[in-house]
Design a protein around this ligand. Structure first.
Ligand code: GLY
Ligand code: MN
Ligand code: MN
Length: 497
């Protein structure tokens, strides 16, 4: 038996057990000296800045006299001292125009004034070259993570007043239960504010979160209609996504030769996303053969087999953090079999029918209903339903939904499922307006063990997902340059393989 542990020394904190950092005054003086000036300030704010300012004005009008706190959020630990890739909260990006270059832990504060709000961005400005942080702090030091912008630089770049993050303490101290915060962006900061609110509300032992929830709702609803700059970003994200799909086709031979070929597909797309944008807007779904029937298949560890279909659902998120959300279903061999083509063309008919009704004034949920009409008619025509298409659509059975369990559309923007906290009456029941951007993504999925379908259909999963913007009279198909008819998909593959 091992001796009982008697050593009472605590475990070392992070890297203190392996630090080699020289601590002498001579070294500190030497490493802090002889550095060139930092670069000049940007001559004018980035284009996004004026759009973000207009969004802040709309928010300000909804909350007169109320202090609003919108954090970017902290870096999140993956394990030990390794973090996930940083991404600012979407509400923060929307209201500041700061995207992939946002500094973690930043906080936007809208301070009420007599006629609106003053916006101030609190963040951890770059430390001077005479500090230990400069060279010794592996989390934020310039020697480790690269230069961080100064307060003056960000103020010029985003057209916003900036202050050191430490100044946020004063904001919290001045806060009571009238101050609102985006709760999920930075749970630590939310806890701190809740503490101040409880102190202020003497007779209460719980924080009333109701108005914070309303703020999150309003911030979601402010994002329904995209401005011109957002539309340009969405268009660019979709163009980059097309190049990601091109890369998948170019690498398909390697995917077929590799045991976990779906990973080759994922890697081909994600590489393009990192080259052209910030990242993927959500985990890439690379689903070959029957995996296409699992709607969120992101393990992507299966083979890619000629004769099967390959469903890829992927989107490039640009540095602005706007993302595309596109699905294409490709015949691995380059040619659809007759039965694959039959199902593919049914899904295409559903998506084209749904898109044809899109115009200002219709309800969002009408788009889904129109896609379902086609899905019910096709599955009834193929003898899969225990009743007619009309009975399936109108009755309680909804049998056709067995083969497409998901919805047809969701709003798209900074989040792949944008405007997620909006009210149902403005989302599913909402009326379309010009500038709204959303997906149309019907599919048909015949599970490999579904005894209600003939064997030739089992294991076939097909989705076609497009992104559209509502115009004054109808909609524009933003993803129309990514081949979508069966013939065009085959020609695309022929050209790029
Ligand atoms: N990529 C997730 C979705 O299509 O909603
Ligand atoms: Mn989608
Ligand atoms: Mn998708």
């Amino acid at each position: 038996m091992a001796d009982a542990r008697t050593d009472s020394q605590p475990a070392p904190s992070l890297t203190s057990n392996r630090s080699t950092l020289p601590q002498t005054p001579e070294f500190r003086a030497y490493i802090s000296s002889n550095w060139a000036q930092h670069p000049d300030l940007p001559p004018s704010p980035r284009v996004a800045a004026e759009y973000a300012a207009a969004r802040r004005l709309r928010l300000s009008a909804l909350y007169p006299g109320t202090r609003l706190i919108v954090p970017a959020g902290p870096a999140r630990v993956r394990s030990n001292d390794t973090d996930y890739a940083y991404r600012a909260h979407s509400a923060f990006a929307h209201l500041t125009g700061w995207g992939s270059d946002a500094v973690p832990d930043s906080v936007l504060v809208l301070e009420p004034t007599a006629d609106g709000h003053d916006a101030t961005l609190y963040f951890l400005g770059a430390a001077g070259r005479d500090t230990q942080e400069f060279y010794a702090n592996a989390a934020i030091g310039e020697f480790w993570t690269g230069p961080r912008p100064s307060l003056a630089h960000v103020a010029a770049d985003l057209g916003l007043a900036t202050r050191e993050l430490a100044g946020l303490e004063t904001v919290l101290d001045a806060s009571d239960d009238t101050t609102l915060i985006v709760r999920d962006a930075d749970p630590g900061l939310t806890d701190q504010l809740d503490g101040r609110r409880l102190l202020a509300a003497e007779d209460s032992d719980a924080v009333d979160e109701t108005r914070d929830v309303t703020l999150a709702r309003d911030l979601s609803e402010l994002r329904f209609v995209k401005d011109d700059w957002e539309l340009a970003e969405m268009t660019a994200a979709i163009e980059a996504t097309k190049r990601g799909f091109d890369q998948i086709i170019a690498d398909l031979a390697e995917a077929i030769e590799t045991d976990r070929g779906e990973r080759v597909v994922e890697g081909a797309f994600n590489r393009r996303a990192r080259i052209e944008g910030n990242a993927v807007g959500y985990d890439t779904i690379a689903a070959s053969g029957p995996h296409a029937c699992y709607l969120h298949w992101t393990r992507n560890d299966g083979p890619v087999v000629p004769g099967d279909l390959l469903l890829v659902d992927a989107g490039v998120e640009l540095d602005s953090l706007y993302t595309a959300d596109i699905t294409r279903t490709l015949p691995v061999s380059g040619t659809f079999t007759p039965v694959q083509r039959k199902v593919y063309e049914a899904v295409l008919e559903a998506t084209d029918a749904a898109r044809a009704i899109v115009k200002p004034g219709i309800r969002f949920r009408d788009i889904h209903a129109e896609a379902m009409r086609v899905i019910a008619e096709k599955t009834a025509e193929w003898g899969l339903l225990p009743a007619s298409a009309e009975e399936s659509l109108d009755g309680d059975g909804q049998w056709h939904r067995r083969y497409m369990i998901h919805g047809t559309s969701h709003h798209l923007g900074l989040d792949v499922h944008d405007c997620a906290k909006a009210r149902r009456e403005l989302y599913a029941e909402g009326i379309l307006e010009p500038g709204m951007v959303f997906t149309i993504e019907p599919g048909l999925y015949f599970q490999p063990d579904d005894l209600t379908v003939p064997e030739e259909l089992r294991g076939i999963g097909i989705r076609i997902e497009d992104n559209v913007v509502v115009t004054a009279t109808g909609c524009d198909l933003l993803s129309g340059d990514i081949p979508r008819t069966a013939d065009d998909v085959e020609a695309w593959m022929q050209a790029l393989r």
